[in-house]
Design a protein around this ligand. Structure first.
Ligand SMILES: [Zn+2]
Length: 304
């Protein structure tokens, strides 16, 4: 029993360290903006019709310095990406230990679908920050400059960004054909890549994978070719189905965990009532022995 606790504590400590490392991303992405600015300056410098030799020398030394800065920032981006990979490796170790009943905790993957939303997603992120919880956001394509900072904040704070198709159009849309579904998935992947420079590898079918009906096997085959795994859920507040009170949403999660080793909890970051319930959901799951991780491709919960 003591060994179990020590092993879990060791893995948790490592997870904590690596999660902090991911926050390097924040820095990197701020630096990214600076990098773009610097690139523009280099361009401008090179185009300048300098009148004196001194000016030309200054421009040269400026250019050299700025290029050195760009190299440093490129290294940091690499470090942040590597930290994220290492983090997922340790999460996988913990998940394996939980499944083998060698750890004295269970895992809850909190997932939020359909965002980002201007009025609510930031508040969800505040609550998750407050509890130091990393989660997974299944995002759709919302082309609006106002939402760009939210797309970035989700990613930069270490949450997993996942694909939930671009249009999310369940009726007469994505489930018309395999091609219709896959092109919507690709469209969203490119949309997110453009915003974050990050390629998603986890997907959730709008309405769950059963919504694909007889197309499901062919869609899964195509997803595999694109390097995607998919995940449904085994726990939910019910906010996507019916309007209920925060207390009911909370109880739908806390009273129905079935003491499962691993929970994938479905929620929607548009729901004001789930937002109200979230602190109690987090605290209640903690009391039941759950710790919180963001989903990653290698997780056993991801169907490949
Ligand atoms: Zn959805």
């Amino acid at each position: 029993m003591e060994n179990k606790s020590r092993r879990t504590a060791d893995i948790l400590a490592l997870i904590g360290i690596l999660a902090c490392g991911i926050c390097l991303c924040i820095l990197v992405y701020r630096l990214q903006a600076k990098k773009e600015f610097l690139m523009q300056r280099i361009d401008a410098s090179q185009k300048l019709n300098a009148e004196t030799e001194t000016e030309i020398e200054n421009i040269k030394s400026d250019t050299a310095k700025l290029q050195e800065d760009i190299r440093i920032y490129a290294d940091m981006e690499k470090t942040a990406a590597e930290t994220r990979e290492n983090y997922y490796k340790v999460c996988k170790q913990l998940e394996d230990a939980v499944i083998a009943h060698e750890a004295d905790c269970k895992i809850a993957y909190l997932t939020f679908d359909d965002g980002p939303y201007l009025n609510t997603t930031g508040k969800y992120l505040d609550v998750l920050d407050q509890y130091g919880v990393l989660a997974t956001f299944f995002q759709i394509g919302r082309p609006s400059e106002e939402l760009d900072p939210l797309y970035r904040r989700v990613y930069e704070t270490g949450h997993t960004v996942a694909n939930h198709t671009y249009t999310h159009q369940i009726r007469n849309g994505i489930y018309r054909s395999v091609d219709a579904f896959i092109s919507d998935v690709k469209r969203n992947r490119e949309f997110i890549e453009d915003k974050l420079g990050y390629t998603t590898d986890i997907l959730r079918f709008p309405g769950g994978s059963s919504s694909a009906r007889n197309l499901k096997p062919a869609i899964i085959e195509e997803l595999r070719k694109l390097g995607y795994g998919y995940v449904d859920w085994n726990s939910a507040t019910g906010d996507g189905v019916q309007m209920m009170t925060p207390a009911e949403y909370r109880d739908n999660v806390l009273n129905k965990t079935g003491n499962r080793d691993i929970l994938v909890v479905l929620m929607h970051d548009y729901s004001a009532n789930t937002l109200t319930a979230l602190p109690e959901i987090i605290e209640g799951l903690k009391n039941q022995g759950y710790i919180f991780l963001p989903l990653f491709y290698e997780s056993s919960m991801i169907n490949k």
